[in-house]
Ligand binder design. Sequence first.
Ligand SMILES: [Fe+2]
Length: 389
Amino acid sequence: MLKSGVYTQLAPIQFGNGSVEMVGEIAKNLGINKAMVITDAGVVGVGHDKKVMASLEKAGVTALLWDRAQPECPDSALREARTFALEHQIDGLIGLGGGSSMDTAKISSIMIPNDIDDILNHLNTYLFGEKKYANPALPVVLVPTTFGTGAESTYCGVVSSEVENAKIGVLCNPSYGIVDPTLAVGLPAQGTAFTGMDAFSHALEALGGKKNTPHSDLLAYEAIRLLYQWLPKACQDVNALEPREYTALASNFAGISFSEAGVHIGHCTAHFIGHDFHMAHGWACALNVPPIIELMGKHFPEKTAALGRAMGLDVSETASNLGKTVANEARALMRRVGIPSLAAHGVSREQTMAYAPMINENFLSHAFDIEIDLPLCEAYLASLYDNYM
Ligand SMILES: [Fe+2]
C-alpha cells in the first residue's frame, strides 16, 4: 500500500539558464518596491550582484545591496541585517548566494516585520509552531549561486547561535526561487563536490525520513540519479554548463523532497562534527551517506535497491549485502569527487565515537523512520569512520 502524506510545494521555481535576469520582474510581481539584496563578499567578487541589481532597477524596484552575510548564518549577522532593513524601510528581500545568504534572507523576512531583534529569544514562542507570527513575513526571493542546500524550496533556515554554540532551525518560507545554473559555472571543484553531496544527502535522508511520501521519493530518486551521473563531470570541468544544469535541478528536487520528508541522523551527525571540526556542511553530510545506506539496506530493501539502480547498479531487494553494495558505490562516488575522510582531516576514531550519545539523544536523529538507540549510533559512527579512510 502506498504511504499517505502531505505533498509540499512551498514556492514557485523559475528554472533555467539566464533566469537571474527575471529577478526584477518576479520581485515587482510580489509587490516589492524597495528590495534589500542579501549576499556575501564572495558573490560580489564574481559580480553576480550586478546582474541582480540591474534586473531590479530595470523593473523599477529600488535595490539596496547588503553584502555582509556570514558563513553559517550567525545570529549577530541577522541582527545587523534587520537594523539595515529598518533603517532603509525595505519591503522585500532577495537572498543571493549559498545557504548562508539565503537563510539570512529567509529568517530576516520574519524578523523585520515582527519586531524580533534576537531570533533565539523567540524559538519556543514562534518557531515550534506554538504561535503564529503576528505580522506576515516580507516577500523573499531566493537565488542560489551554489547548488546543494535547496534552500529556495525548504521551509526553514538555520541560524548558528554564538551563545549556545549550536545550529538551530527556524521556520520560514521562501516566496519564490530562481534556479539559474549559469551562476555556478566556475565554482571550484571542491565547493562543487561539497554542495553536490549535500544535495545527495538531502535526497537520501528524505527516502528514509518519517514524513516521506511517494512524491518526495520520486524527487529523491531523480536527484540521486542526476547527481550520480553529473556531479563528477561538474567537478572535472568547472566551466562546463551542462553538468551544472543537471546538478542545479537535482539540488532543487532534493530540496523539495527533504522539505517534505525531513532529514535525520546524517544531518544531526553533520551538525555536530561539522561545527566542532570546522568542516563545510556538505562535506560533513557526505560522510554520513554510506552508513545511512547500510541502515536503509537493512530496514528498507526495496528502496535501497531502487537507490542502487539510480546509481547504475544492477541490484534487487533480495540481493545479499544490499546495503553494503550500494553504500560502496556511494563511497566510490565520494572518492571520485574528492571528499576527504575524517581521518584525513585529523579527526581520530575516538573523537568520532564520542558523538554516539549526543546523536542518540538529539531529536533530529529520530526523524529517521527506524528505531534509533545507542548501539545503533555506535555502529553507525564506526562504519562512517572505518569504512571511508
Ligand atoms: Fe544539508
